[in-house]
Design a protein around this ligand. Structure first.
Ligand code: SF4
Length: 365
């Protein structure tokens, strides 16, 4: 698993520090900015970076992989957070761990407290690689709507080349937000919003919030009116597997403004780990519910994707809809995959996938 946090020796700072690491040695032609920390020496276990005259010692055996990474160091903590990895397409900033829903499969269970990191995130975006896509997730990011919208405005002004992929539960928009949306370049933001069933009571039960479906429908229309590029997201559960066809019907009739529908397999972490036995749906054995939903959505013109589905768990006719959706830092393959010719085009498994309680049909192709 790729490490997102690395041990560092404490440095004398009083504010959180965001810098970009440069591992090319002094004298190289790499362009640098005031926010670059250039490596000055290394051995097999550590790399030393110069941060405005202070030495930042990072404990790593793979210093080369850090080149161009935008990192955060918090005062008093012996850890460095790799906020944006230059070599990765899977960079996400965790805006908050607070949430007003408690979805039964939540991978990041809500916490009470929030630390505002928008200033640091703004700095990180400014230092990101050209044309990067950056995910913004939670918790529910729009619980901090005013700060988030300000962050987006400033980020887009400083770095118009950056694209954002925002994951939101869609519960916190108002008609009065229209002016704020108009001040954003909506074309460079993908809005990932979950919807779990067309039946409001099933959706509300899955997100553990009464009335959530009604608010969601109203706010999806609001986002659409503001020109949002919408990705509707549905995690497959035992609680909704029989509802997918009706959901496809609902999306294609009533939410025709959606740009893409992502049907997603479950990630065994957070609440999903607790509820795994009750909710994991072995779609390698029974794919019909998904197939019917995909067929219907596609026939009616809704682009449809399958996220987090290992290719061999999906019938051949539907593999073209699978994407490499599992982030590189939490992706793994099984020993069965060693001889598989599809490995390079397969998303594989989450690091925490439980082999003994997962898909019954995993076969090298
Ligand atoms: S055997 Fe592994 S690599 Fe091959 S399709 Fe299945 S999960 Fe993917």
């Amino acid at each position: 698993m790729i490490q997102l946090q690395l041990k560092v020796d404490p440095i004398p700072i009083v504010e959180p520090l965001v810098v970009r690491l440069r591992t090319s040695l002094p004298g190289s032609s790499t362009t640098t900015s005031d926010h670059d920390a250039r490596m000055v020496s290394h051995d097999t276990e550590t790399a030393d970076f110069d941060v405005n005259g202070f030495s930042l010692r990072v404990h790593t055996r793979h210093y080369k992989s850090l080149d161009g990474d935008v990192v955060l160091v918090v005062p008093g903590r012996g850890t460095l957070h790799r906020l944006i990895r230059a070599s990765s397409n899977h960079n996400t900033l965790l805006i908050t761990e607070q949430c007003d829903q408690k979805c039964i499969m939540c991978s990041q269970p809500p916490k009470k407290y929030h630390t505002d990191m928008f200033d640091q995130f703004l700095q990180a975006v400014a230092l990101a690689p050209t044309s990067a896509t950056i995910g913004l997730s939670g918790g529910e990011p729009f619980l901090h709507k005013a700060r988030l919208l300000e962050f987006l405005r400033k980020s887009q002004s400083a770095r118009p080349d950056i694209r954002f992929h925002i994951l939101t539960n869609g519960q916190h928009f108002e008609p009065s937000d229209e002016a704020s949306f108009k001040s954003l370049n909506m074309a460079s933001i993908l809005w990932g919003v979950p919807i779990y069933a067309a039946d409001r009571s099933i959706h509300d039960r899955i997100v553990a919030k009464q009335g959530a479906f009604e608010i969601l429908e109203r706010n999806l229309a609001l986002l659409a009116k503001a020109g949002a590029v919408l990705e509707l997201r549905t995690v497959v559960l035992n609680a909704n597997i029989t509802e997918l066809e009706e959901l496809a019907n609902h999306l294609t009739r009533n939410l025709r403004f959606a740009h893409v529908w992502a049907i997603m397999q479950l990630e065994n972490i957070g609440y999903a780990r607790m509820n795994w036995d009750a909710e994991f749906c072995d779609t390698s054995k029974e794919f019909d519910g998904i197939a019917t939903a995909v067929d219907l959505a596609l026939a009616r013109g809704l682009r449809t994707k399958l996220y987090n589905f290992p290719l061999c768990t999906v019938p051949r006719a539907y593999r073209e809809y699978c994407t490499l959706s599992i982030s590189d830092w939490k992706q793994k393959f099984l020993s069965t995959c060693d001889d598989c010719r599809l490995r390079s085009s397969c998303t594989g498994f989450f690091e925490w996938y439980p082999e003994n309680r997962g898909f019954s049909e995993i076969r090298a192709q």
